[in-house]
Design a binder for this molecule. Structure first.
Ligand code: PLP
Length: 281
């Protein structure tokens, strides 16, 4: 863990036990304000957050979470840095998750979708007022051997052009919502599924041993491995969920196949996390 970093409760409505019986956003905003009071706004450079937490299991915050966070930070003169390494460039149905949530971050960190992975590239986007500060005096001297590599940048420009030209940003919520609906349909009778959630083409299937207590299902890495090995469908386990980030070009038949494959393996999985060979016992 980095020193001098305070961590906040994740805005995760499904885990209602995190919020002492209060509204998720109300709890998180009160905690943010208490944290700023304790540390002192003058001692805090920025708040860094992932707008939808991928590796935590595609955790989707309530719609009012980021706007209210942004308002508290603005009032206290604290910068908002969004980690959009997963969410940027169309995946959530807008070019940036910041647009989806209606906030204007000061700094945005991006990577993956900028080249769709065809070449490695990351980009940090900064608002004008941040750029002005960075440009003062001698500027902000920094550099790596491959900074601004022209080949990777050319691939990024071509890739972003294709995303734009083929309307993939607008397509993401349509096919993402279709996949989510297919998952809900195929998994309706599987008691191990706590919820299916998505924003565009970021999807999470929360797995629980018991839907009443919401106790996480053990062994979900093995479940993801089985879906991959037996159905050729690549899903990933992340914390307590199976997560999916399919290509924005995914077709409806492929979406149905993904949903049915996950359902088939979960239908023979028992609450102890064992995947049985035949039907679940
Ligand atoms: C949200 C998020 N931020 C940052 C990273 C790390 O990016 P990098 O591997 O370029 O350091 C990842 C990697 O998957 C990620 O998902």
């Amino acid at each position: 863990m980095m020193p001098h970093v305070a961590h906040l409760t994740p805005p995760w409505p499904y885990r209602a036990e995190l919020f002492d019986g209060r509204d998720c956003t109300d709890f998180c905003i009160a905690e943010l304000e208490e944290t700023i009071d304790r540390i002192g706004a003058q001692n805090i450079a920025a708040m860094i957050g992932e707008p939808i937490m991928g590796v935590a299991g595609m955790v989707v915050p309530p719609d009012d979470y980021w706007p209210r966070v942004a308002e508290v930070l603005r009032r206290n003169g604290i910068l908002l840095v969004l980690d959009e390494v997963v969410t940027a460039y169309g995946r959530v149905g807008t070019w940036f998750a910041a647009d989806h949530f209606g906030v204007r971050p000061d700094i945005v960190v991006t990577a993956k979708g900028i080249t769709s992975g065809y070449l490695p590239l990351g980009a940090v986007l900064v608002a004008d007022h941040v750029a002005t500060e960075l440009g003062r005096d001698h500027g902000f001297p920094m550099g790596y051997t491959y900074n601004g590599h022209p080949t990777a940048c050319a691939v990024a420009l071509a890739n972003l052009d294709i995303i734009d030209r083929e309307g993939l940003v607008e397509r993401a919520p349509k096919i993402g919502d279709f996949l989510a609906a297919e998952l809900r349909r195929a998994l309706a009778d599987v008691p191990l599924v706590g919820e299916v959630r998505n924003v565009g083409m970021m999807l999470g299937v929360e797995l629980v041993a018991d839907p009443t207590t919401r106790e996480p299902l053990p062994g979900i890495q093995h479940i993801a491995d089985t879906i991959r090995a037996e159905h050729g469908v690549i899903v990933r386990d992340a914390a307590t969920a199976l997560v999916l980030s399919p290509a924005l070009t995914l077709g409806e038949a492929e979406a149905t196949r993904i949903a049915e494959s996950i359902a088939e393996v979960l239908s023979r999985t028992t609450p102890d996390g064992t995947v049985h060979r035949g039907a679940a016992r």
